[in-house]
Design a protein around this ligand. Structure first.
Ligand SMILES: NC(=O)c1ccc[n+]([C@@H]2O[C@H](COP(=O)([O-])OP(=O)(O)OC[C@H]3O[C@@H](n4cnc5c(N)ncnc54)[C@H](OP(=O)(O)O)[C@@H]3O)[C@@H](O)[C@H]2O)c1
Length: 216
């Protein structure tokens, strides 16, 4: 699958390595694709053949676009690429917006919902924002099975994203579909509990598991 990842930071690098290693064709989209410091941060993780382009080119060829940019700027940034370029594509959104003081930026409508409202012809799926970048691509590194969530209005897009999650090592029974894009609020707001747990454990390398009720 052709995947365009917008953002060349911790998450962009990790997901590019994960999906590239699984045989997908990955291009990273950057605001400054020619900047030596961008390449210098990517090459040690992704090798000399890493593909970096501007945001427009990364979106143009992609079947799945990944939003790995700061959630505070994602909407205008994707707006600069344009609704027409994003139309019909799956937008896998991992972003969370944090204000300058560390509080959540999207307090009522989630970023996932705002993206779906702003780009109605794009199929937004929120996922992976409840785990650290390292865990996103190595769920098996934890001391037991754990849960990752899906939120989105388009069932086909969620199936596509579910397949990409499995390519990162998430088993089918570790993926919990929460429902429509409105449920992205819960995923994004989990960031507050995530930071609390990280503080208590002294590590971001953890996850939670949803334990279902026993039958009968
Ligand atoms: N880090 C995690 O473990 C983690 C976990 C869950 C969710 N998330 C979410 O995933 C998203 C990416 O996280 P990250 O840790 O990869 O962030 P990061 O290291 O700061 O990278 C974000 C990237 O976005 C691009 N970008 C575009 N516009 C930007 C702007 N105005 N200011 C700064 N960067 C801009 C930059 O790439 P270019 O300079 O190449 O354009 C930058 O490298 C965030 O929304 C975050 O909340 C992160």
């Amino acid at each position: 699958m052709r995947i365009g990842i917008l953002g060349t930071g911790n998450v962009g690098r990790a997901l590019a390595a994960g999906w590239g290693g699984a045989g997908h064709e990955v291009v990273l989209g950057s605001r400054r694709p020619g900047a030596p410091e961008v390449r210098a941060a990517l090459v040690p993780v992704l090798g000399e053949n890493v593909r970096v382009s501007d945001l427009d080119a990364a979106v143009a060829d992609a079947e799945v676009v990944v939003n790995a940019t700061p959630g505070t700027v994602s909407v205008p940034l994707l707006g600069s690429v344009g609704p027409a370029a994003l139309a019909g594509k799956v937008l896998l959104d991992v972003a969370v917006g944090f204000g300058a003081d560390g509080t959540l930026y999207h307090l009522v409508e989630s970023l996932g919902e705002e993206l779906q409202r702003t780009f109605p012809a794009t199929r937004v799926v929120k996922t992976l924002c409840t785990v650290d970048a390292g865990v996103m691509v190595a769920p098996g590194s934890l001391d037991g099975p754990s849960t990752v969530f899906l939120s989105g209005d388009d069932e086909g897009a969620k199936r596509t994203v579910g397949g990409l999650l499995r390519d990162l090592g998430w088993t089918a029974d570790s993926v919990l579909d929460l429902g429509g894009i409105g449920t992205a609020r819960g995923q994004e707001h989990f960031a507050l509990l995530f930071l609390g747990i990280a503080g208590a454990l002294g590590s971001y390398g953890f996850n939670v598991r949803v334990v279902p009720p026993t039958n009968g």
